[in-house]
Ligand binder design. Sequence first.
Ligand SMILES: *[C@@H]1O[C@H](CO)[C@@H](O)[C@H](O)[C@H]1NC(C)=O
Ligand SMILES: *[C@@H]1O[C@H](CO)[C@@H](O)[C@H](O)[C@H]1NC(C)=O
Ligand SMILES: *[C@@H]1O[C@H](CO)[C@@H](O)[C@H](O)[C@H]1NC(C)=O
Ligand SMILES: *[C@@H]1O[C@H](CO)[C@@H](O)[C@H](O)[C@H]1NC(C)=O
Ligand SMILES: *[C@@H]1O[C@H](CO)[C@@H](O)[C@H](O)[C@H]1NC(C)=O
Ligand SMILES: *[C@@H]1O[C@H](CO)[C@@H](O)[C@H](O)[C@H]1NC(C)=O
Length: 419
Amino acid sequence: MGKCKVATLLFGVFFALCCIELQVEARASSSLDREIETKLKLLNKPAVKSIKSEDGDIIDCVNIYKQPAFDHPALKNHTIKPIPSFLLEYEPSSMSGTPNASSEVFQLWQKSGSCPKDTVPIRRIQKKDLLRASSLERFGQKPKIYSTNKTNLNSTILGVIDDYVNLQNRSEIHLSTFGFNFIGARANINIWNPNVEKKGDFTTAQIYLKASNGDFFESIEAGWMVHPELYGDSNSRLFAAWTRDSYHTTGCFDLTCKGFVHIASSTALGATLRPYSSPYNQQYEINIGIYSDEGGNWWLNIKNGTVIGYWPKEILGNLKHSATIVQWGGQVYSDKVKKKPPHTSTQMGSGDSASTRFGRACYMSNVRIKDYSKYLKYPKFITTHADEPYCYNYFNDVEQGKDPVFYFGGPGRSPPSCP
Ligand SMILES: *[C@@H]1O[C@H](CO)[C@@H](O)[C@H](O)[C@H]1NC(C)=O
Ligand SMILES: *[C@@H]1O[C@H](CO)[C@@H](O)[C@H](O)[C@H]1NC(C)=O
Ligand SMILES: *[C@@H]1O[C@H](CO)[C@@H](O)[C@H](O)[C@H]1NC(C)=O
Ligand SMILES: *[C@@H]1O[C@H](CO)[C@@H](O)[C@H](O)[C@H]1NC(C)=O
Ligand SMILES: *[C@@H]1O[C@H](CO)[C@@H](O)[C@H](O)[C@H]1NC(C)=O
Ligand SMILES: *[C@@H]1O[C@H](CO)[C@@H](O)[C@H](O)[C@H]1NC(C)=O
């Protein structure tokens, strides 16, 4: 056999192998494409009008009765609830702002248009969002909390806070209250734009209302967040989230799954907030309130009387009755926390230490709970906790005659204290 023939033969074999490989790849990619197309059809609802935002978002104005919530089997016959009148009384009152801070906060997409009456603005999930997700199946969900130790889980729920070390990949700071039945909570949170080191990490400033659901906990949450994997950029965005099983199978952020009933036509979940606070300069804050009505639905209110929508009782477990723990604070999710160095450099809050206080640090002010007395009040009993105080810390500023302010945050990796 001549050298040329061998070469031809080898080339043939090589070519054939190549072809097979290409075919396999093509088949794989077309099945992924199909999966993505199916998922997008499920997630996005037909729009009456679409608005292109400067940050690359597309906001779809969807008929209020065509929103994702109505795909939930328990909500098939649901009629949208009227806004409880107490909500409109609480929030516009002068008590809701922090002195020297501004609540004149808006969402970037609002510069480019508005949604007509009877429609709700929904951030469209685009193909690129799904391609970026680490799991298609869990798109939009918070990472699960595993508890192999039920004692720990129960004590977490009950607020015995020193068990948080067992929660992997999460570094948290909270002000917590528990031991009563809560039917509402609020706070003002100033908006910052902390750095997130890498895809998969995220950082939040938020309120949680939780209840125990047997072996799992149930939670409804809202605040602002930087989550590049979910949103595709580093903007600080308004978010809401829920779960009734420690994020295992139920619940998600925003409207990325069925459940939350959105009613505000002016404000979208998952959309970019502006302006951000700046050091030694104007502080901008969102005023977040979450309140239960008499029927067991939980309402989300921001700013001065913008009722975003509600978590209907049909999707809730024990939370229908009341929350047993309320927490205010920050969370950094990363696989580089609570481990050997290097720690993630994903920041919490403003990225500055809590001790820098007003003008530099992230805060929760006007912290209130509502109990069966129906009045908003500062919680009678509080605890504070930081998972990794050398990386992220807090300062609860309680001064005689002044309303307490809970400062929290930090830079993450910052040797030598947080190597
Ligand atoms: C919705 O209404 C139909 C007809 O009245 C009823 O059969 C069905 O059980 C209801 N579904 C739910 C989830 O309530
Ligand atoms: C708010 O501004 C006033 C007037 O500029 C100042 O006297 C006061 O100390 C400020 N308060 C805080 C909390 O910064
Ligand atoms: C309160 O809401 C109204 C109407 O949405 C708005 O015009 C006003 O600027 C808001 N005020 C504050 C302080 O946010
Ligand atoms: C579970 O947690 C409790 C309380 O922190 C601890 O005493 C116990 O040893 C833990 N059990 C296991 C199996 O880790
Ligand atoms: C945890 O709490 C649930 C009810 O909230 C209870 O049924 C269960 O027995 C508790 N588990 C432990 C280990 O205490
Ligand atoms: C923590 O993150 C790593 C890397 O993403 C992952 O493999 C691990 O399962 C996570 N741990 C928990 C308890 O979620």
